[in-house]
Design a protein around this ligand. Structure first.
Ligand code: ADP
Ligand code: MG
Length: 312
């Protein structure tokens, strides 16, 4: 592509040749880059340190500290961290397939099988975070779930890719294609939080002296990821989010009341097991909301002993 000449140059990042922009956020750009030292292609998140106040800078360091503890096939791995006077650089594993968000938008919605294939992987990564690392992600959404490779996704009946989509080679083949559907990885630990003490494997605080509200707080923290999983699951199956309103105030009200419906005709042909699972995630009372283990044991999840071939 012709983008190489337009790539910015960052001090201290000379080892990497920036290849293309993968995404951006409020204070950062993420680039695909060639690591000339290790001769591999990676992702580097360049954070504009100079735009951040002390609190925001501390948050980036926390994001890095949390990511350093994580090693799981469903989570983007942090390889390296460095900084210059003006920037932070997070060198990570590249997820070349792009955002789940992008795929749903292009396909309109996912079949139940494909949705299961994706959400089970997300759930396994969340299980690792919650149960093995004591970490709550707190920003689970289709923009932060990335495909490891450009996925080959079976077209839905009647779906016609437009001209631009056809350039996305391989995605819109009917049937399962040769390569199957790739793995997904969770990214963006910018809002994540540790709810366990690393050493003692107990809720943060001194062993035996932990107050009940802290123990509860740990459970509540984890339940925010489960709510988000419910929103992602809902969105994948129908192509629009469970809660929406043009007005932020009205939207906030709907969320606070947990006011959503399985809108006809979009939900008419979706299984009652899928709806049941969503209802156990999008429940306002966090004590009633499914935990990650309950999620993984739900009949809708278990009914799909990999009907779709994975290429990994
Ligand atoms: P922010 O905190 O600004 O949302 P993210 O870490 O989510 O930053 O990165 C922003 C976007 O950059 C993501 O939504 C995704 O499109 C892209 N991106 C982030 N990390 C990677 C990666 N490891 N591989 C490929 N693309 C990535
Ligand atoms: Mg993000």
């Amino acid at each position: 592509k012709h983008q190489r000449s337009k790539m910015p140059v960052y001090p201290g990042l000379e080892r990497f040749t920036l290849l293309e922009k993968m995404g951006d956020g409020a204070f950062s750009n993420v680039y695909k880059a060639h690591d000339t030292k290790d001769d591999r292609v990676i992702a580097v998140k360049v954070v504009r340190k100079y735009e951040l106040n002390a609190h925001q800078r501390a948050n980036i360091l926390k994001e890095v500290q949390i990511m350093r503890q994580l090693k799981h096939p469903g989570i983007v791995q942090l390889y390296d961290f460095s900084e210059s006077d003006e920037y932070y650089y997070l060198v990570m594993e590249l997820a070349p397939g792009g955002e789940l968000f992008h795929r749903v938008v292009k396909l309109t919605y996912f079949s139940e099988e494909l949705t299961r294939h994706v959400i089970v992987q997300v759930a396994q990564a969340i299980r690792y975070l919650h149960e093995e690392r004591g970490v709550v992600h707190r920003d689970i959404k289709p923009e932060n779930i990335l495909f490891e490779a450009i996925p080959i996704i079976p077209s839905l009946p009647g779906f016609k890719p437009d001209e631009e989509d056809k350039e996305d080679e391989g995605i819109f083949q009917p049937g399962l294609g040769g390569g199957g559907i790739g793995r997904v990885k969770i990214a963006d630990f910018g809002l994540s939080k540790v709810v366990w003490d690393e050493q003692t494997m107990t809720p943060c605080g001194t062993v035996g002296y932990t107050a009940p509200e802290i123990v509860k707080d740990e459970r509540y923290s984890k339940s925010v990821d489960m709510w988000a999983m419910g929103c992602v699951l809902y969105t994948l199956l129908c192509g629009f989010p469970p809660f929406y309103d043009e007005s932020i105030q009205a939207l906030t009200e709907k969320v606070a009341r947990g006011q959503f419906t399985f809108l006809s005709p979009w939900w008419d042909d979706i299984s009652s097991e899928a709806k049941d699972l969503i209802s156990h995630l999008l429940c306002v009372n966090p004590d009633e909301r499914y935990t990650i283990d309950q999620f993984l044991h739900h009949p809708w999840i278990r009914s799909g002993e990999s009907p779709i071939q994975s290429n990994t």
